[in-house]
Design a protein around this ligand. Structure first.
Ligand code: KG4
Ligand code: ZN
Length: 344
């Protein structure tokens, strides 16, 4: 197979992003450009992402970002093999902006359009960064999703467990909101936790007493609120200790569930050298990473954690997922043009 060069576009939440990724015939992968503009400032006053504001910002920013991504990469439209864009799940206004833009570029340049599932983008990132072979275990922890998946191939996923209520990133964001640490909450809670005592407040570890790999974070949020109210008014040290205690509780839960998922993987794939991949925004959290590193080592598995910049929303992962789909279609002798296919 020849080299493949794909432009990726991501607009499903509050990051506008465009990137060009290339795979060489020998399989080596290169992120030729990766530009991203966060809209955090525009949503901050509302304490969360406002869909209508996000969609309008994507419209304003995206064209310039696409030009910048192509210029940085030194690639013209004619040198692209496809245009890939997030087709969901996400905020529908933003998704339509990105997908329509991608479709227009694809039509004008006479290239195929690849509609990418946002979660698949996160799920395949470890193959871009580390060339990881299938199958592997994936812990996807973002603002909207928290699940353990068995990744057997492109578009071949088996869900082993998931949250029954809040996503972990959402729990971080709500904790930050409760403690008035601003938005987005994850990095703020992590930063405050570094100065805190994780053993000061006893918070629950939901679902640890039950078998299985499902998770729950709603009860923890309630416990945190009650504890915060009981200790009001909160000093900066109280806030740091609450953050550290919260982070310790979720780290314990994620660690134990990962141990169980790794055991399950070893059982079903005794011949495969096991790998645990973390993806999604929360995978940028260093305390959670350290714990997963330890669990993987205990299970004789390898932890693959893409750099934080590629764990949060970005377009390189969308371009890469486009390349994977394109390569798969080529290998099967099929053409891949989804310009008229419904969004997935
Ligand atoms: O994957 P992502 O960028 O967007 C989607 O939700 O798809 O994930 C964003 C989530 C937010 O909830 C954010 O608070 C969380 O990831 N996050 C973190 C950290 N960085 C981002 N959570 C904990 N620690 C972090 N360092
Ligand atoms: Zn995401």
């Amino acid at each position: 197979a020849g080299p493949l060069t794909v432009l990726g576009i991501e607009t499903s939440c509050d990051e506008t992003a465009a990137a060009v990724v290339r795979v060489a015939p020998d399989g080596s992968r290169q992120i030729l450009s990766d530009v991203i503009r966060s809209q955090t400032g525009e949503h901050e006053a509302f304490g969360g992402v406002v869909p209508e504001i996000a969609a309008r910002a994507h419209i304003r920013i995206l064209d310039g970002l696409v030009s910048a991504a192509l210029k940085d990469a030194g690639v013209g439209f004619g040198e692209l093999d496809a245009v890939a864009a997030t087709a969901g799940p996400g905020l529908i206004g933003g998704v339509i902006v990105g997908l329509t833009t991608a479709k227009a570029i694809a039509m004008a340049a006479g290239k195929p359009l690849v509609a990418v599932n946002h979660l698949e983008g996160h799920a395949l990132t470890a193959r871009l960064t580390d060339g990881l072979p299938f199958p592997y275990l994936l812990l996807l922890v973002s603002g909207g999703h928290t699940q353990f998946l068995l990744v057997e191939g492109v578009s071949r996923y088996r869900r082993l467990g998931s949250t029954i209520d809040d996503a972990l990133g959402e729990a971080f964001d709500k904790t930050a909101k409760l403690l008035q640490l601003g938005f987005p909450g994850g990095p703020a809670v992590e930063k405050a936790a570094m100065r805190g005592d994780p053993s000061r407040f006893q918070l629950p570890r939901p679902m640890l007493d039950r078998p299985g790999i499902d998770l729950s974070f709603a009860g923890l949020k309630t416990a945190l609120r009650t504890t915060a109210e009981a200790n009001a008014p909160l000093s900066p040290q109280d806030v740091a200790d609450l953050c550290a205690s919260f982070q310790q509780a979720v780290t314990d839960v994620i660690g134990e569930k990962s141990r169980r998922a790794l055991a399950l993987f070893a059982e079903s794939h005794p011949q495969t050298s096991p790998a645990l991949v973390i993806a999604g925004g929360v995978a940028a959290n260093t305390a959670i990473r350290a714990r997963l590193e330890a669990e993987a080592a205990k299970a004789g598995a390898r932890l693959v954690a893409p750099p934080g910049r590629l764990c949060t929303d970005n377009a390189a992962m969308i371009a890469w997922a486009g390349i994977e789909r394109l390569a798969e279609a080529q290998a099967a002798g099929k053409s891949l043009d989804e310009r008229d296919a419904p969004a997935r």
